[in-house]
Each structure stands twice: as C-alpha cells, then as structure tokens.
Ligand binder design. Structure first.
Ligand code: ATP
Length: 368
C-alpha cells in the first residue's frame, strides 16, 4: 500500500517566489497520476517536495497516513526518475542499476536478483556490461528506470522522463512506461508538459497553472468538461477554438450571435446561461476542431449552424486533415476528412455542432 496525501502544500522559494500554493490532493495506491501544466507552473516543485528534495513551506504530506514532512528523502521509500537520466558514465549498466543497492549494503545475491529482474522487465539483459555512452537515448532512459525499479520503492516519481527523446522513441517509451505501471502495480506520479503524454498515460490528471490546481479528473472528463478557458486551451491538439459571441433570445430560443449568424444554443444550456444572467452579454464560445464540420450532410441538414469562411491553410496529418478557416474575422481550426480537397483562399462553409459547444465567462474564464 502506498497512498499519498498532500494537504494544503505550499512552497515559497527564498526571494518570495510562491511556486506552489494550497495544493491538496489524495493519490490512491497504484494510481498513475499525471501533473501537467505550462513551464514554471510548479510541477517539479510538487514532485521534489514529495521526494523530500525540497523543504515544504506549509501544509502536510502523508505517505500511507504517516506524516513525512520531516522525514529524509532516503527514508521515504520513493524513487525519482529525472529527465537527464543522471547515469554514472564510468559504470556499466549493471553497476549503475546496482549502485543504490550496494550503498544500502544489500547482500550480493539479492542485488544480482533485483538487477536481473529489472533488466528482464525493461529488456536490458543483453546490455548489462555496456557503459552509458554505448547506449541509445531510449536505452539510457530505460537504465534510469531500472535504477529506480531495483529499489522496489512504494512510489515512483518521474519528472519529464521522455523529454530528451525524439518523437518516435517518446511514443514507444510512453507505452513501455504505461506497461511498467501495470506490471509493477505501484503508485506513479508523472510530471509532463506534453499534453499527449498527459492524455494517454495516466488514470487521473492534475492540471496546474501559476502554482495552483485548476482541475483534477480523468483525461476524458477533463477533455470533455474543462472547468475554464485555460484548461480547455491547454489539453487537446489542436487547441480548442475560442470565439467571442453575444447571447441573445429570440422567440423563446437562445442563440449565440457571431457576426451575422445566429447559432442556436441547446435549450437546457441556453436556459442555464439565461438563469445566470448572461443574456445580452458577450461570452466566449469554445468548440473543438472535431466538433466543427467542413463537409458532409451536417452542413445541409443544419444550415442554421453553418457559417461561410475562407480557407487559409490546410494541415495534412495522414489520418486526418485540419483546415484553418477564417470566419467572422477570426481563424478556427476544423477537422476534416483527408479526402476533402480544398484550395487555400477558397470559400468554404463551417458547421458548428452546438451540442458540443462550451461557454466561458469573458472575465473569469470559468466554464458556465
Ligand atoms: P518546467 O516545466 O519548466 O520544469 P515546472 O512547472 O516544473 O516548470 P517549477 O520548476 O516547479 O516549474 O518552478 C515553479 C516556479 O518556481 C518557477 O517560477 C521557478 O522559476 C521557481 N523556482 C523553481 N526552483 C526555484 C529555486 N530553487 N529558487 C527560486 N525559484 C525557483
């Protein structure tokens, strides 16, 4: 069992930088938790406080119900894997992996058993006698993981472990780490600013900004129901489209007015916004590329949800194509089928699937 409980954790660095503020989170045993957010939002600081590498300025940290604020890093039973591997260049793969165990004076036979077990899990058996400089980036990262695994820690902390790898290796290691989590059945806390890693690897995501938690939920729930403009724009590639619209009511129906067009808002959403006093006010309409249509029956079936625009740029990604279309003076990105051919500068139509639209308060950015 290794659950973590972070209770109102805060970190203020000397000089007054409030890197983490009022951070509360319960991480369940065997969970794969992702901390995600832009550079400088405090992800690494949270991880370092959990690891015991950074003093906690305020709040409490519990590991399995034991308060560990003042427990030394080496006594927390936690292993941390860093982005730069931090391998000893003069030691072989075997000795790099065995290093921590030798320091702890474990019996030789036990060290050998642990290293061989980790090497088997990570596919490093044939590389044990090599030096780090004789390995590829992916293999080095696996050794760094191996060095953590041999200790059989209660919790693994990983700080952007894949950011030094090229795109293809990153994809491969992403899958390997997810499998590793399944095999080891241990708690993983993983820091990244890569939203693909965030969306695909973990069971829950914590989105951070400026030292504060913005949202905690499963990847799908965060993608489908972002609590504010920041989260909506941060997760998803391409990012969500945002358009300023005016909420109006005509003949009992509620519309989002965009230039000359009136986009009908689903009744329940419209009534909710009306109830909160948003009629005759500007709000931000958010809609993802896959909820806009560039072709197909939708455009003919729902002419009222369709706006004219001009194609500015096409991005071909193989399985799908993204059209960047200027409508009502703003650019939106529309996911279209790769079969749809259109030339830059061409007049096109864009259909809005209004059932999937989000509405955000203009000032606070909150999803309303
Ligand atoms: P990145 O993705 O760039 O690694 P991060 O989200 O991990 O960023 P942190 O490294 O936790 O962010 O830093 C959070 C804030 O604390 C930043 O403003 C950073 O400049 C500041 N900071 C980090 N370490 C120190 C330090 N030792 N002394 C002073 N300020 C620091």
């Amino acid at each position: 069992m290794a659950g973590l409980h972070l209770k109102n954790l805060a970190k203020t660095y000397p000089g007054g930088v409030a890197a983490v503020r009022d951070f509360s989170l319960e991480i369940k045993d065997q969970e794969f938790l992702i901390l995600v957010g832009p550079s400088g939002c405090g992800k690494t600081t949270v991880l370092r406080m959990v690891a015991g590498l950074e003093e906690i300025s305020a709040g409490e940290l519990y590991i399995d119900d034991r308060l560990v604020n003042d427990v030394a890093a080496k006594d927390r039973d936690i292993a941390m894997v860093f982005q730069n591997y931090a391998l000893y260049p003069h030691l072989s793969v075997y000795d790099n992996m065995a290093f921590g165990l030798k320091l702890r004076k474990l019996p030789k036979a036990e060290i050998r058993e642990n290293v061989q077990e980790a090497a088997r899990i990570l596919g490093l058996e044939d590389l044990l006698q090599r030096k780090p400089k004789e390995l590829s980036g992916g293999q080095r990262q696996r050794v760094a993981l191996g060095r953590a695994i041999v200790r059989k820690p209660k919790v693994f902390l990983m700080d952007e472990p894949l950011s030094n790898l090229d795109a293809q290796l990153r994809t491969q290691m992403r899958i390997e780490i997810a499998k590793l989590h399944k095999n080891l059945q241990t708690t993983f806390v993983y820091v990244t600013h890569d939203q693909t890693e965030a969306m695909t690897m973990g069971t829950r995501i914590v989105v951070m900004k400026d030292g504060l938690i913005q949202q905690i939920d499963s990847p799908q729930a965060i993608y489908d129901h972002p609590v504010n403009v920041f989260v909506a724009g941060f997760l998803g590639s391409p990012g969500m489209n945002f358009l300023e619209v005016l909420m109006i009511e005509e003949k009992g129906c509620i519309y989002a007015q965009l230039a000359d067009a009136l986009l009908p808002v689903p009744a329940a959403v419209g009534q909710r916004l009306k109830g909160q006093g948003y009629l005759d006010r500007k709000v931000v309409l958010g809609i993802r590329a896959e909820h806009l249509w560039g072709s197909g029956d939708f455009l003919d079936l729902h002419p009222q949800c369709t706006l004219p625009g001009r194609l500015e740029f096409s991005e071909l990604r193989g399985a799908e194509t993204y059209h960047y279309v200027r409508i009502a003076g703003r650019e939106v990105v529309v996911r279209v089928s790769p079969e749809l051919r259109a030339a830059t500068g061409q007049e096109v139509r864009v259909g809005f699937n209004m059932a999937k639209a989000h509405f955000f308060d203009q000032e606070s950015g909150v999803n309303i």
